[in-house]
Design a protein around this ligand. Structure first.
Ligand code: SF4
Ligand code: SF4
Length: 117
């Protein structure tokens, strides 16, 4: 480095600046409005049309019938989901919603298959 002294004002300035990052997970993360987190399924609203399955680019959602007539359940593959919310946009019955849930990492891949009814 040719002129190390040039850095001194910058170093002093940064000593008094508020940090640009938060100390997550110690501090709670700020979730922006319209954040696309884990998808939530509303079985009361679903009509089983499977448009969400057709439009999902990651094949991360599966809709199937339950024992009850005209009631459907959803399976989400959270390891495949890219949280694009295309399924939310495609659903004609507003049966899918993005949530603010984002802490989804797991050591066991099978635990990333989630059934919602
Ligand atoms: S698009 Fe909506 S209504 Fe159709 S199967 Fe998917 S969740 Fe159900
Ligand atoms: S958020 Fe995107 S990737 Fe995830 S299930 Fe919906 S359409 Fe598929």
């Amino acid at each position: 480095m040719k002129h190390p002294g040039k850095m001194v004002p910058e170093v002093i300035k940064s000593l008094f600046k508020k940090p640009a990052t938060t100390s997550y997970p110690k501090e709670k993360a700020m979730i922006p409005k319209n954040f696309r987190g884990k998808i939530k399924f509303d079985s009361q609203a679903c009509i089983g049309c499977k448009i969400c399955m057709r439009d999902c680019p990651a094949k991360a959602v599966q809709i199937s019938p339950t024992d009850k007539e005209k009631v459907f359940k959803a399976k989400f593959y959270l390891d495949r989901c890219i949280y694009c919310a295309q399924c939310v946009d495609s659903c004609p019955r507003k049966a899918l919603k993005s949530s603010s849930e984002f802490e989804l990492a797991h050591y066991d891949r099978e635990k990333l298959e989630e059934d919602q009814e």
